[in-house]
Design a protein around this ligand. Structure first.
Ligand SMILES: [Zn+2]
Length: 284
């Protein structure tokens, strides 16, 4: 009995101390998925409702971090959360960059979005694939590809190895973009309430960015999903906003926070709008 107690304590402690370096934190992913679900066509909303596991209670936002939790035992899925690009080039190319550490083509966040989109196109047909998992992976990876440092540089692993201070706390730069900018915004401007932050972004989508939304939704040619564009935007934002002004050892405070928050809000909005557009194209 004692042994199990100790084991439980160790596991719980590890869950608390292990840094989250797997994409937007829970809040970022939930915001993207709730924005997306609010924009679904009737048929897409129905398909999503049918595919969601019961415990999600028809809230896509409840399962959008599932992919981060399973990567520790579904090891094959770990490289699917990001794409690394050559240092300082600030551009992304599928053929060059979408591969895992062993060089297997297509094993990156962009390839994963294409793969799970293809799987979901079999909805309503006979298929071997688990479409519930495909939906949860697609919804998560559409979020990840919009986190600029998920299409960052290779040598610093998307800024995971760049140590900074977020105000007074030690942090790595990747985590600042996954979690801290969102968390600080919620604390300072939205009463520590994720719904208020989500609503503020929703309002920007219908007002400030309303003339851009159609452009975000549209894919070139007849593609169902077009994540290459999102990855290219991502590494450009990584260079212009994330890496810039945040070298190893820097202290990031209001100047950095207030100038980067609009970029984070924009990427969350684009992630939500595009996830919805993609699901609407998939489920017709
Ligand atoms: Zn992720």
């Amino acid at each position: 009995m004692e042994y199990y107690k100790i084991q439980l304590v160790v596991i719980v402690s590890l869950m608390i101390v292990l840094p989250n370096t797997q994409g937007w934190g829970e809040d970022g992913h939930a915001i993207i998925c709730r924005i997306a679900q609010s924009r679904l066509s009737d048929s897409a909303a129905n398909a999503v409702k049918n595919l969601l596991p019961e415990y999600a209670q028809n809230d896509l936002g409840n399962v959008c971090s599932w992919a981060d939790r399973v990567r520790f035992y579904l090891h094959w899925s770990a490289p699917l959360h990001f794409a690394d690009t050559p240092d300082n080039l600030c551009n992304y190319q599928y053929d060059r960059d979408c591969k895992d550490q062993d060089g297997v083509k297509g094993r990156c966040v962009v390839g994963a979005i294409k793969n799970y989109t293809d799987q979901l196109l079999d909805y309503g047909k006979n298929t071997q694939n688990n479409l519930t998992q495909a939906l949860m992976f697609l919804s998560h990876f559409m979020g990840d590809v919009h986190q600029p440092l998920h299409v960052g540089f290779t040598s610093d692993r998307g800024a995971n190895s760049i140590n900074v201070h977020w105000y007074t706390r030690k942090q790595n730069l990747h985590h600042v973009w996954d979690v801290n900018i969102i968390e600080t915004a919620e604390e300072r401007f939205y009463d520590s309430n994720i719904d208020e932050f989500t609503n503020a972004i929703q309002e920007n989508i219908t007002k400030t960015w309303s003339d851009q939304v159609l452009g975000w939704e549209t894919c070139d040619s007849k593609e169902t999903a077009c994540p290459d564009i999102y990855a290219s935007e991502g590494v450009q934002a990584a260079c212009q906003w994330a890496y810039k002004g945040a070298p190893e050892g820097s202290v990031l405070e209001d100047d950095y926070f207030l100038s980067r928050l609009p970029v984070v809000s924009l990427r969350l909005a684009q992630g939500g709008v595009r996830l919805a557009a993609t699901l609407n194209r998939i489920f017709g």
